[in-house]
Design a protein around this ligand. Structure first.
Ligand SMILES: [Ca+2]
Length: 435
């Protein structure tokens, strides 16, 4: 049975119970440091793994060497059905983007707290703009929901977070960016494939090369599709024969809806709800992946933060992004679909919360803890400890992803601690004390 969202049908004329939040105005996301941007290559690279941070690579800056490299791509391009005319139109005049070639991915010094990301992504300005656009594009969004299936508020939220609703789509020539990144050699196979795919997009007539602008990492258009995602998921909503995610808002938003649906978004279902846990609720048996029916949650005393009843159908897992002291959420299968757009769990939460705010919700009821961030070295120490004790954590990379959180929960359960999967200084101290 489908879970009905509070405002399930897209209905922009309904009253919006907007309350001014304490969040600061501004495009805080743009203030990300270079290190975070480099980490975001993976984020922008839909469906890809996060970029590996590299130390300064030796790049031959000689223009002739770069041109020879570009020309060396021709046989593969031809093999993909790209004509010489297309190849020359896209790559004939490009030069090495030296700024990109020299960009050095610095390792982030600290683990960015989830609330820091969420607060910079879900700004008052972005909520207001999203609500205005929801009204402006109401008929289009209704059409998109009917035809492509995904929740229009989630589509709007992705648009808002990716490019501030098209204000910041990136003005870099994607051929130059992708060729420079391939040439530099960071994830060369990945970017090489994206570059060749971008040529195919031109060959198919969706856009002329000059119109194919994007981020420095090659993510294109209103909702930042990488070329390979474009090929798999972009759609022509307007029916003019072109999938124009750069200049057509209908095509871009429909493509995003199609992306979500094709990744498993279930129509008629919400991503989840912020919830209030009862006093002394034992979170230890729960985690975001273990689903239980909503009525079972209700029976445990869990209730929605906005006072509405939980649905009678469907199931959800318990998400505690900042541990037992922070806000709590019940998240459905749809929540995980957002992750396919960007591998970061902070992104996933920001999209969910922005969509909720655009749909009329107020700020979160729960309070984020005021914990000091862990340094990357401390995060690595936690990972190393977990690994040593036999809890799988993946690569020791100083980042606290979902796998590490699961490992922390397993460690906490085994040691009779409150199992909330949250990495903080107290956890590290405990590990040090019991080593
Ligand atoms: Ca079109």
């Amino acid at each position: 049975m489908a879970i009905m969202r509070r405002n399930r049908a897209f209905c922009p004329d309904r009253p919006i119970g907007w309350r001014r939040s304490a969040l600061s105005l501004g495009q805080a996301v743009r203030a990300l440091c270079v290190a975070a941007m480099v980490v975001a290559v993976g984020a922008a690279a839909l469906g890809g793994k996060p970029a590996r941070a590299q130390t300064e690579a030796t790049v031959n800056m000689d223009p002739a060497a770069f041109r020879a490299f570009v020309e060396s791509l021709w046989p593969e391009a031809r093999g993909r059905g790209v004509s010489r005319a297309t190849f020359d139109a896209a790559l004939g005049k490009i030069t090495l983007d030296a700024s990109l070639a020299r960009t050095t991915a610095r390792q982030a010094e600290f683990v960015r707290p989830v609330w820091d990301y969420v607060n910079s992504a879900v700004t008052t300005q972005r909520v207001e703009r999203g609500r205005a656009l929801a009204r402006e594009f109401a008929p289009l969004l209704q059409q998109i929901e009917r035809r492509w299936g995904a929740d229009p508020y989630v589509v709007l939220a992705i648009w808002g977070i990716e490019t501030s609703y098209g204000a910041n789509t990136g003005d870099k020539n994607v051929f130059r960016s992708l060729a420079s990144l391939t040439y530099k050699g960071i994830r060369a196979d990945f970017f090489r494939n994206e570059l060749l795919t971008a040529l195919q997009i031109v060959q198919e007539g969706h856009a002329p090369p000059a119109a194919m602008t994007g981020s420095w990492a090659g993510a294109m258009g209103h909702t930042q599709f990488m070329p390979s995602s474009f090929m798999k998921f972009a759609v022509d909503h307007t029916g003019d024969g072109r999938k124009d995610i750069w200049d057509s808002i209908p095509d871009a938003l429909a493509s995003t809806a199609n992306y979500l649906t094709r990744h498993g978004w279930k129509p008629g279902m919400t991503w989840g709800y912020e919830v209030i846990l009862p006093e002394r609720f034992d979170v230890s048996p729960h985690d975001p992946q273990t689903m239980r029916a909503f009525p079972a949650w209700a029976k445990l005393g869990v209730r929605r933060a906005d006072g509405e009843p939980l649905p009678t159908g469907g199931e959800a897992g318990l998400l505690l992004p900042a541990g037992v002291r922070g806000p709590a959420f019940l998240v459905t299968e749809n929540y995980r679909v957002v992750r396919s757009y960007n591998m970061s769990s902070a992104y996933m939460l920001a999209v969910a919360l922005l969509s909720e705010r655009i749909a009329g919700a107020g700020p979160l009821a729960g309070r984020w803890p005021s914990d000091k961030p862990l340094s990357a070295a401390q995060a690595r120490e936690i990972q190393t400890n977990l690994q040593r004790m036999g809890f799988p954590v993946g690569e020791i990379d100083g980042r606290i992803g979902e796998q590490v959180q699961n490992a922390i929960r397993a460690y906490q359960r085994k040691n009779g601690l409150v199992a909330d999967g949250y990495a903080n200084h107290a956890l590290l101290e405990r590990m040090r004390a019991t080593r």
